[in-house]
Design a protein around this ligand. Structure first.
Ligand SMILES: [Zn+2]
Length: 233
């Protein structure tokens, strides 16, 4: 009887084990295949990866209302004013790596209020994790760490402007620290509400006691500084 029970259990679990093996096999196949795709096939993959709306980027609109997603904190203006408040250049320096390819300039994906992504509050730069990210303004670190859907976030402020660098993998500055232009704030990543490794670069301007607006980062650097690869549909 004992042998029969053991045989029955084996008979019942066999299909389950086969199913699990198939799922694991399929996941491994996808994980191993996507990075190996030829360059011409990768934009499609990328569009799929970036197709999930990053709602956090539109919900923190400066009104500081009660509508913040869970785990997300508003980043109020500190009021710091110091030397070198001009914002220019890009937060990463080429050559940069995306997938298995190297590019001499950063890649620009979804733009500010992109036609494919109207609610977008910044500019996205697809880049492999671990790329050094530099501040594009001298100023005070007013946020350094996790912030809900923004993932690991660094915000640098000066003279009514904030530079936001989101979805990082690690932070190399602390809140209150005064940075020079170009200092490394951390490494790029894929944290928070992000489905593919990229840097979200946002610029925010204080417009009143409790209000601020997002500015188009494209107005702070020039077209010869990046390679435009387009946004998802
Ligand atoms: Zn973004």
């Amino acid at each position: 009887m004992k042998g029969f029970v053991r045989f029955s259990i084996a008979l019942m679990t066999a299909p389950l084990l086969c199913g699990a093996a198939l799922v694991v096999g399929y996941v491994m196949l996808v994980v191993l295949t996507i990075p190996q795709l030829p360059t011409w096939a990768q934009p499609g993959v990328e569009q799929w990866l970036f197709d999930i709306p990053q709602f956090a980027e539109s919900s923190d609109n400066g009104s500081y209302g009660n509508s913040l997603p869970s785990g997300m904190s508003a980043v109020p203006f500190d009021g710091y004013v110091g030397p070198g408040s001009e914002i220019y250049g890009l937060p990463m320096i080429g050559p940069i790596q995306h997938w298995s390819d190297w590019y001499d300039k950063p890649l620009l994906g979804c733009m500010f209020q992109d036609p494919h992504y109207r609610s977008h509050t910044g500019a996205d730069f697809p880049v492999n994790e671990g790329t050094p990210i530099h501040t594009t303004i001298s100023g005070k670190v007013v946020w350094a760490g996790s912030n809900g859907p923004w993932g690991i976030l660094v915000v640098v402020e000066n003279n009514g402007y904030q530079v936001w660098l989101a979805h990082l993998s690690s932070v190399q500055v602390v809140e209150g620290q005064i940075l020079n232009y170009g200092d490394v704030v951390g490494l790029s990543g894929n944290t928070g509400n992000s489905t593919g490794a990229h840097l979200h670069y946002g610029i925010r301007q204080k417009t009143g006691e409790q209000s601020a607006v997002w500015l188009n980062p494209l107005n702070f650097f020039s077209a010869d500084e990046y390679i435009n690869i387009g946004c998802s549909d």
